[in-house]
Design a protein around this ligand. Sequence first.
Ligand SMILES: [Zn+2]
Length: 304
Amino acid sequence: MLNKCIILVLFFMSMNFSVFAATTCDEDGLWLQVLGSGGPELDDGRASSSYVIWSEGRARFVIDIGSGSMFQFEQSGASINDIEAIMLSHMHVDHSNDLPALIKASFFSNRSHDLPIFGPSGNNFMPSLKHYVDGLFGNEHGAYRYLSSYLDGSDTYRLLPHNVDVTKQKEETVLVNSQYKLIAIPVHHGVIPALAWRVEFADKAIVFSGDMSNRYNTLVRLAKQADILVAHNAVPEGVKGVARSLHMPPSVIGQIAEQAHVKQLVISHRMKRTLGQEKTTLTHIRKKYEGPVMFADDLQCFRL
Ligand SMILES: [Zn+2]
């Protein structure tokens, strides 16, 4: 990716506005790159949920790590050595499945500093992040216990799992230093423990909704004045039943974006039930939110 020319693509949307996105991220500045813009389907032509935040040509944060995303990580030119932290929204396959691929690949890297990974606490339906990591790499029962050296400190770096308590609907700052701040807030995704994430870097903020129904009404707080809100649009307007109890329709996305005064909205987690309906989706978002709206594709870059 480095040293490639940036190709800026001007996207004209149907509502008399335009925004810019690039097919590669530049070496300068802060960028959001979409690794996976899809959901769990295997016939949508997209990797499952995953994003990278680039700063000055280095991929610093991975948010979600769904199926197929590590192939896109390779395509993006990101280096395992540069990752500061991984944040998972929840433990569904399409958000967590490629973690073993990253850890195994790190054997072939020069990584020598610890790698924190954050995710939700568990319940009867889902393991906590720590339980999930132990189930993968724990030296007694882990499915990939041959990689347990990345947990016990006997390798070149340690994977450091941390749970975020989802029982309190409060913001939690999980990592902060002079450069950046990582903040989570629980969101409602049916019975599944789930988090939205906010990454503050320099004077910019990027917020990731994850999968959520908005029953807790917490995202609007986390997304306040964000430069980019990445909102997961898994269902069309008017959907009912289980799908609505798990996901937010376009009108709710528009309402949150408006109330939070976000500067740009990126629609992701695109599934076959919403693909091809972008015009209708945009119409419902537009009833509430007037700012720039982009529909994400894999490997797309957004400058902050
Ligand atoms: Zn999902």
